[in-house]
Ligand binder design. Structure first.
Ligand SMILES: Cc1ncc(COP(=O)(O)O)c(C=O)c1O
Length: 443
């Protein structure tokens, strides 16, 4: 046991028989013993149930949950106003593979909240949403090239698994400006796909201008996270991309899979005041169940749906508009629409960021805490970050050590990013900050 009383027993210790047994089965059943690349824990943890702002593993050990299913659970686990909606839909048969009221309810709520969205199409994940948004842009413009920003994440498709992971760049390459040509994130991505993608550096006005001068009439779309991972757009940058895309007949896609309904009802586009042509949504709109959506202006959505005598863009899916996820999503948006919901989320996020920053200075460890509203990102270097290459300045070894220490201290969080939910309390946030402070002390 660690010396202080706030720490839970370390999950790696030998008093976790169910975890040990399940970890052996997982190692046999999965080639890397993981469910997802995001699952990077230093020792096996197998979760059993979630309750409000906590998550409990199969051996009954409780963790403060700041991962929240990669941010999908903006209301926390099993919210009392969402659970009945999910249960009703499950009891009603769950899935119909056909038009259903829950899907219509959810679509209407999205349309009402996001001014750039006149209609939506549902898919089952964020990844599928970006796939279809890009296909729609290509169909609408009749062009093939897409532009993306280095370090942004848009899911695990071939056409966007490019220039996201930069950690493996050599020191020499890190210092260079990003090349226009993408770097594949993993083996298996065909060269022909890479050739259809151009890469710019986030917040680099000259780079994006140059791309449009050289390729403007061949670009179908720019796809971007308006708030890229944890990096704020510089004033005027989103406006510039908006102007360039419009001037050259390309579409602007905002990937709001993280920021949608998190930065406010209208997402990052409302927060920063820039309207895209197409928006991708995921995470929050499924209440923890798989869901994704593409929304856009009537003109574009009607065109890709085949109105006005155009050939429709093919969109299908066994689970599109799945009723359980849609019912949970609609109930979630109803809770978020209550007066004060975002004030609470933003205040908790602010409290987390402030406390974590104070822990850095108290312990004399160089670090920054970035974020907006209920999202915070802990960065292990005292540096400004304007683009993905600036982010390479981080001390990743130190980050990993603190992350591992946090898990041992009963905090569930991965990567460097955390989320608060509407079921988090000031006490939970302060408890987390305290555990973080002690984890820094372990260094
Ligand atoms: C900005 C962004 N786009 C797309 C995705 C992919 O969504 P999904 O994991 O649901 O496929 C993610 C996932 O974290 C994301 O953060």
């Amino acid at each position: 046991m660690p010396a202080d009383s706030t720490a839970t027993p370390p999950p790696g210790a030998g008093d976790a028989p169910r975890t040990a047994a399940l970890a052996r089965r997982a190692a046999a059943a999965f080639p890397d013993a993981r469910l997802s690349a995001a699952d990077t824990r230093p020792f096996p943890v197998v979760m059993a149930r979630g309750l409000r702002d906590r998550i409990v593993d199969v051996d009954g050990r409780e963790y403060l949950d700041f991962h929240l299913s990669s941010g999908a659970l903006v209301l926390g686990h099993a919210h009392p106003d969402v659970l009945p909606a999910l249960e009703r839909q499950v009891a009603a048969g769950g899935n119909f593979g056909a038009m259903n009221e829950a899907a219509i309810d959810l679509a209407e709520r999205i349309i009402a909240a996001v001014p750039s969205i006149d209609s939506v199409k549902f898919v089952v994940s964020g990844t599928e949403a970006t796939l279809h948004a890009i296909r729609m842009a290509r169909a609408y413009t009749g062009r093939d090239l897409i532009v993306r920003f280095e370090g942004a994440y848009h899911g695990h498709l071939d056409m966007v698994s490019l220039s996201n992971k930069l950690a493996s760049l050599t020191a020499h390459d890190r210092d260079k400006k990003p090349s226009l040509r993408p770097i594949p994130d993993c083996p298996g991505i065909p060269r022909v796909i890479q050739e259809l993608c151009l890469v710019a550096s986030f917040n680099d006005a000259d780079a994006i201008r140059r791309i449009f001068v050289d390729y403007g009439d061949r670009i179908a779309c720019v796809i971007m996270e308006p708030f890229q991972r944890f990096i704020e757009p510089q004033p005027g940058f989103l406006d510039l991309v908006r102007r360039l895309t419009r001037a050259h007949g390309a579409l602007l896609i905002f990937d709001e899979i993280v920021t949608g309904f998190r930065f406010g009802p209208g997402g990052a586009q409302e927060h920063y005041g820039v309207r895209p042509d197409l928006t991708t949504l995921g995470k929050i709109i499924g209440a923890g169940y798989p869901n994704g959506a593409i929304g856009g202006t009537a003109e574009i959505m009607n065109a890709v749906a085949g109105r006005n005598a155009r050939t429709p863009v093919y969109m299908a899916g066994t689970f599109a508009g799945q009723a359980v996820a849609a019912a949970g999503g609609a109930a979630t948006l109803d809770v978020l629409a209550r007066p004060g919901a975002y004030d609470t989320l933003f205040a908790l996020g602010e409290r987390a960021r402030g406390g974590l920053e104070r822990a850095f200075s108290r312990r004399g460890v160089p670090g920054r805490v970035f974020g907006v509203g209920p999202l915070f990102h802990i960065f292990f270097a005292d540096a400004d970050v304007r683009d993905a290459r600036d982010a390479l300045a981080e001390d990743r070894t130190r980050r990993k050590r603190v992350w591992d220490a946090l898990l041992r201290r009963g905090v569930h969080i991965t990567g460097a990013r955390g989320f608060v939910s509407l079921q988090h309390t000031v006490a939970t946030v302060d408890d987390f900050v305290d555990r973080f402070d002690r984890a820094l002390g372990d260094l």
